[in-house]
Design a protein around this ligand. Structure first.
Ligand SMILES: Cc1cc2nc3c(=O)[nH]c(=O)nc-3n(C[C@H](O)[C@H](O)[C@H](O)COP(=O)(O)OP(=O)(O)OC[C@H]3O[C@@H](n4cnc5c(N)ncnc54)[C@H](O)[C@@H]3O)c2cc1C
Length: 600
């Protein structure tokens, strides 16, 4: 396996297309010059390529080991985490008052891509630390923040998110774990959580579990859930490790991929915890960091997609099979390389055009998060915040679904050699398969988009995307270069406006219409959003063509996207317009086709 950080493309997206240096206008980001970002990118890239990447296959082969309640990870994982910690990179995105450097999200996205590409199993665990940090930072009391956050920033203490229970995954209203207040103001928690990523391991000296539980008098359903911080070791007042808390791993799951990340069953037996945020408002606190978390999961799709693409490409250039349909391209060789075949080029170009589009879309989302937090103008903060709310389910589901499609296609480029273990392609497919499931399944992301974000305030969130996209179309319709691409984009955008109207109207009288169209709608929206990103990339590429071959290649890739990928927006629109009728007309018994299932 090979991987090189695509630094030229990072520069193109971050600097030339998105102009990340605009962010230096905000006092908190004054130091975020391109030179600084480049220097840090080089550092992160070195660790990712030289230390994280070699540990990835070890994680899959050796995996996490469970024995007597303890989980051990391979030494290569310790080296990878230590390298990250020693260079101080853990501190990049934390707040300066807790020892962090406070870098913007738009740049965090790129760092996440490198880590996910080189070791997704480990990246999910380090990603959780950031999530837990953000949650404690936003909702924790000053005492909790002072006690816990500096250790997290130093990379000494890690974090988990404990939501899922055996009978409750998507439907958190069913949650049963109990919390009872004690005289000293802390709580005792009892219950069992499953599927907890990083729930036990030996990478850090302490693990801080963020646990959802119910207070005795809590209302039923999601309105009765509170959030607690339950440390593995209870710190003494001066921040040293104290007593072992009674929260323990009972076992770890055997699973399809990401084997280097332990997925634990966790038991709480009178475990001591502290309330985060207000009683019964735990879900709000937990979901407060979702925009960040879901963007982080999107980077799993982009990162693993990128490494799969790099290897698919290398194999296509190297492997000799068959001849160019128009006659031997390399007659001196026994056969031509795979890359001469149109079907192989189809898979490579589809992947390349999607990865580059997704990279741009995720950086745009990151920039919008940064503006929503730092802009001095309230209206600008609000507008960007609304755009982020709209884009979050789209980037999470689109990038993870497309990442899986790309990994599959790149395995296909290898033929049977992709299916066997030797080349590592099958690991990429297995590892990434969890991404459309966790952090809210992609089906739930689609419902969030179509059922909540679409109708909000008569389409207010939608307009945060439609308005700039329409303005771009108007401004560039007659552009001699871009016109070729603006026309199909404008048609796709109109199609999206129509399906939005269709779902909004039909959904009012029949919620099944929303449920039936949601996944197609999210894909249609996602592809239109990628189209908007491609227009911006093409604009820069046209302006700079001639400077460097890189820009010529961008133009071809963008053209491929509009010719062969973007038209999927049409088939999705047609599917949505069919509505829910046929889908719901089939009686449940009809699905069995005459076979009997026990219990049916
Ligand atoms: C490897 C791994 C690591 C994980 N890490 C964590 C972790 O760290 N912390 C944690 O708390 N959890 C974790 N999870 C749990 C994960 O978030 C859940 O698996 C996920 O939320 C789905 O829940 P479920 O598996 O119970 O599926 P279910 O909720 O039973 O859903 C099954 C299917 O039905 C669909 N569905 C469910 N409800 C609806 C609905 N109302 N409308 C339409 N479709 C619906 C879903 O989209 C899904 O396709 C992890 C899971 C795995 C496998």
């Amino acid at each position: 396996m090979r991987y090189r950080v695509p630094k030229r493309d990072y520069e193109f997206v971050l600097r030339e297309v998105m102009d990340i240096e605009q962010l230096t206008q905000y006092p908190d980001y004054e130091e975020v010059t391109w030179e600084t970002l480049q220097m840090i990118t080089d550092q992160v890239a070195e660790i990712a390529e030289d230390i994280w990447f070699p540990s990835n296959q070890v994680g899959d082969r050796v995996g996490a080991k469970f024995r007597d309640g303890e989980v051990t990870l391979p030494p290569e994982f310790h080296d990878a985490v230590n390298a990250f910690r020693d260079t101080g990179l853990v501190t990049l995105f934390a707040h300066p008052e807790y020892g962090g450097m406070g870098f913007p999200t738009a740049f965090e996205v790129m760092c996440d891509e490198m880590m996910c590409a080189t070791n997704m199993a480990l990246a999910t665990m380090t990603g959780l630390v950031k999530g837990a940090y953000r949650c404690i930072h936003q909702y924790g009391s000053e005492e909790l923040k002072a006690l816990y956050l500096p250790k997290m920033v130093k990379g000494k203490w890690s974090g988990t998110m404990c939501l899922t229970e055996a009978h409750c995954g998507t439907d958190l209203g069913l949650l049963r774990t109990k919390a009872v207040e004690q005289e000293d103001g802390s709580y005792h928690l009892n219950g069992e959580k499953i599927f907890i990523t990083g729930g036990e391991h030996d990478l850090t000296e302490n693990i801080l579990h963020l646990v959802l539980a119910r207070l005795p008098d809590a209302p039923k359903g999601v309105k009765g859930i509170s959030l607690f911080l339950v440390p593995k070791f209870i710190p003494t007042g001066d921040g040293n490790l104290g007593e072992r808390n009674s929260i323990r791993a009972l076992s770890i799951e055997e699973k399809m991929g990401c084997k280097g990340s332990p997925t634990c069953v966790i038991a709480l037996e009178e475990a001591q915890g502290w309330l985060i945020g207000e009683p019964n408002r735990g879900l709000r606190a937990m979901f407060s960091m979702m925009n960040h978390e879901r963007l982080g999961v999107a980077m799993e799709g982009v990162g693993v997609g990128e490494v799969a693409y790099q290897n698919g490409l290398a194999y296509a250039l190297d492997r000799l099979q068959g001849r160019d349909l128009k006659g031997a391209r390399y007659p001196e060789q026994e056969a031509d390389p795979l890359i001469v075949h149109p079907d192989i080029r189809r898979m490579l170009l589809r992947s390349k055009s999607l990865i580059e589009g997704m990279r741009c879309l995720t950086v745009w989302t990151g920039m919008s998060i940064d503006r929503s937090l730092k802009d001095p103008d309230e209206a600008t903060r609000e507008a960007n915040g609304e755009l982020v709310e709209l884009l979050t389910p789209i980037v999470k589901a689109l990038c993870t679904d497309l990442g899986c499609e790309i990994a599959n296609d790149m395995l296909q480029v290898y033929g049977g050699h992709g299916y066997i273990r030797e080349h590592g392609m099958e690991q990429l497919v297995r590892d990434l398969r969890i991404a459309p499931i966790w952090e809210g399944t992609n089906g739930i992301q689609a419902l969030d988009l179509a059922g909540r974000k679409l109708p909000r305030d008569m389409g207010r969130l939608l307009r945060r995307f439609f308005h700039p996209a329409l303005e771009f179309v108007e401004a560039h319709r007659d552009d001699p270069d871009l016109g070729e691409f603006v026309e199909p984009f404008a048609k796709g955008l109109r199609g999206l406006q129509k399906t939005s109207m269709f779902l909004a109207q039909k959904g009012l009288g029949n919620p099944h219409e929303i449920g039936a169209g949601a996944t197609d709608y999210l894909r249609q929206f996602g592809l239109v959003a990628l189209g908007y990103m491609w227009l911006q990339m093409l604009k820069v590429a046209f302006a700079k063509r001639g400077d460097e071959e890189f820009y010529e290649y961008k133009l071809v890739t963008g053209r491929y996207f509009f010719e062969r990928v973007f038209p999927e927006t049409i088939s999705r629109a047609v599917a949505i317009s069919a509505g829910a009728k046929t889908m719901m007309a089939m009686p449940d018994a009809g699905f069995t086709g005459g076979y009997r299932f026990s219990g049916s």
